[in-house]
Write a protein that binds this ligand. Structure first.
Ligand SMILES: [Mn+2]
Length: 315
């Protein structure tokens, strides 16, 4: 049998330039190294570079997680340091029943890939992934696990990075604390973890401040502002200029005296992240809102593009 004729050099070249074969066949196409060289609309695919990105409350392993939206965010943005500020994987939910769609897997792989390609990834576990708290100080696949951390911004401010569940009981018993004093405050801070450890032992679901808040819609606003106050107070006690947390699924930047409170929001109820620019300024990105706005702008551009009339039609 005759061997197949070799392709002429030019034809082979042409093939190669059209679409290189990604080295990781199993990874989603956008995760391949050559993605940006495809030349399909350059600007559209350009990544925004930040100094730091903070995300939390992904709740992977639950149906409520907007993993697809998050994948799009991770694809379009890059950073020197990525902080995972807790409730990344929902261990409490996974215990009840295994729910792990492909998109959730892709998020984990995308983060691991960022770590592999030079992004410093720091994972500060929350209450829904508190099982990881037993491993703080260790490193997995280039991801550092820490109880909390101090991040120094480009303009030299020190920010405490912590999930925020540590303050649940303090928030709840806020009113009484004025009478009970500092000892009670410290005790409440410690008790929260134990309460949930006992609940876990008895197979009870995690007691969630966010869920508690939603049941009392009338009081939700005061709950949120009380949480913000309590966290900012804790940051002031630590002598830092600011605090970055998650937990209550409510993105915010708010000044409390000398301390700035930052909450990076969530990827369940909203699709928000906190980002630090090269100059050290921080802002909240609402990815759902941003993609909506971009889609609208694209539609307007399409409409205003001059219509080409074929020559035959004119004749
Ligand atoms: Mn939480």
């Amino acid at each position: 049998m005759a061997s197949l004729p070799l392709l002429p050099e030019t034809a082979r070249e042409g093939r190669r330039s059209s679409r290189p074969v990604p080295p990781f066949a199993k990874l989603p196409a956008w995760m391949s190294e050559q993605e940006d060289d495809r030349g399909d609309g350059g600007l559209e695919r350009a990544r925004t570079r930040y100094r730091t990105i903070f995300i939390s409350d992904l709740h992977l392993g639950t149906a409520g997680s907007n993993a697809t939206m998050l994948l799009d965010f991770l694809k379009r943005n890059e950073c020197e340091t990525l902080y995972l500020v807790g409730d990344i994987v929902d261990g409490w939910q996974l215990r009840k029943g295994w729910y792990w769609p492909q998109a959730h897997n892709d998020v984990v792989r995308a983060i691991l890939k960022m770590a592999k390609h030079g992004t410093r990834v720091i994972y500060v576990p929350g209450n829904h992934d508190e099982h990881f708290r037993d491993y703080v100080g260790l490193e997995f696949g280039g991801i550092e696990l820490l109880d909390d951390d101090i991040h120094t911004t480009a303009d030299g401010r020190r920010l405490l990075v912590i999930h925020g569940d540590q303050f649940d009981n303090v928030v709840l018993y806020h009113k009484w604390l004025a009478f009970l004093g500092d000892g009670a405050y410290t005790l409440l801070l410690k008790s929260n973890r134990w309460v949930n450890r006992v609940r876990r032992m008895f197979g009870l679901p995690y007691w969630s401040l966010a869920a508690h808040m939603k049941k009392r819609v009338k009081n939700a606003v005061s709950f949120i502002s009380r949480f913000e106050e309590v966290v900012a107070h804790a940051a002031a006690e630590r002598g830092v200029e600011g605090v970055v947390c998650g937990h209550i699924h409510s993105a915010e930047i708010r000044a409390f005296g000398d301390v700035t409170y930052y909450n990076d929001g969530d990827w369940v109820e909203s699709c928000t992240a906190l980002v630090e620019a090269a100059d050290g300024s921080l802002s909240i990105i609402d990815w759902a809102e941003q993609t909506r706005a971009e889609a609208m702008a694209e539609r307007v551009r399409e409409r205003s593009r001059p219509q080409l009339v074929p020559v035959e039609a004119v004749a």
